[in-house]
Write a protein that binds this ligand. Sequence first.
Ligand code: PEP
Ligand code: MG
Length: 325
Amino acid sequence: ARRKLSSIRKTDAITRDGTPIELLANIELPQDAANVLDSGAVGVGLFRSEFLFLGRDSLPSEDEQYSAYRAVAEAMRGAPVTVRTMDLGADKNPRWLGHGSAENPALGLTGIRLCLAEPLMFRGQLRALLRASCHGKIRILFPMINSLSELKQALAQLEYAKSELREEGLAFEQEVEVGAMIEIPSAALVVGSLLKHVDFLSIGTNDLIQYTLAIDRNDDSVSHLYDPVHPAVLKLISHTIKTATKAGKPVSVCGEMAGDARLTRLLLGMGLRRFSMHPANLLQVKQNVLDAHLDEVGPHAARILRSEDPDKIADLLQQLNAGPG
Ligand code: PEP
Ligand code: MG
């Protein structure tokens, strides 16, 4: 019998065959952290740190950022806090940055590109994150990575920030984990080389779908074409999960797909073991995890992945969700 969802808040997310699944929360502001553990999540899988930089007249100082990251780390009481470095540009362009409007903002100076173009601003955030890493389990996640050289440049900035702190005698966690977001098709296709340089990956399906299908994620006139289960999207996600798993490195999905209860079985069947989502979706996804058996969903997901026909994929997905699990 199906229990009330609230009764599984404290239940470990384990499939029927006994495989543990990590369910994490997405947050946008430090104060969101207070509700994360109550939502049934075991940590923060995506802290969209750019919200600290929006709706204000100037860049927040390193100390101000440090306080914010430290507060989140402490609120999580040792549970992981994955902080994505500022993902500004595109639709999030603060006035104080002084970058004019671009003709194609989604293809312009965004995410890690903007950070690498503004190294002082970027290092201020990295220094604040490193200093906060003594107060909890902070992980650093780079957004919109597009190539190995871009990842290496971001890592070089992190090393620079660490060496500055060492020289200044400021403490930080030496083993702070670093990850890359896979949300541009190019990154998914060269993920094997990226994996050698990071501790974990997080798949940003919101952007991955946008850039794979050439569909603006915010444009209503094409929203009917924005298809999370387009075979091309599924192939990129599957390749990323398989390659990371083979390399022994954790991989999550932190885009909206992770919180879509209709896709839990499919993602589990594709090998996903770590999901990060809006806390409001967490218990429904947890219930789906509790009901799923990997021996059932694995072969079914493989069948879906072999198809390039959207109608067939829709049918198979419906069957997958209607089955006993
Ligand atoms: C994504 O692109 O899927 C993602 C998680 O990042 P955002 O939605 O903030 O771009
Ligand atoms: Mg994104």
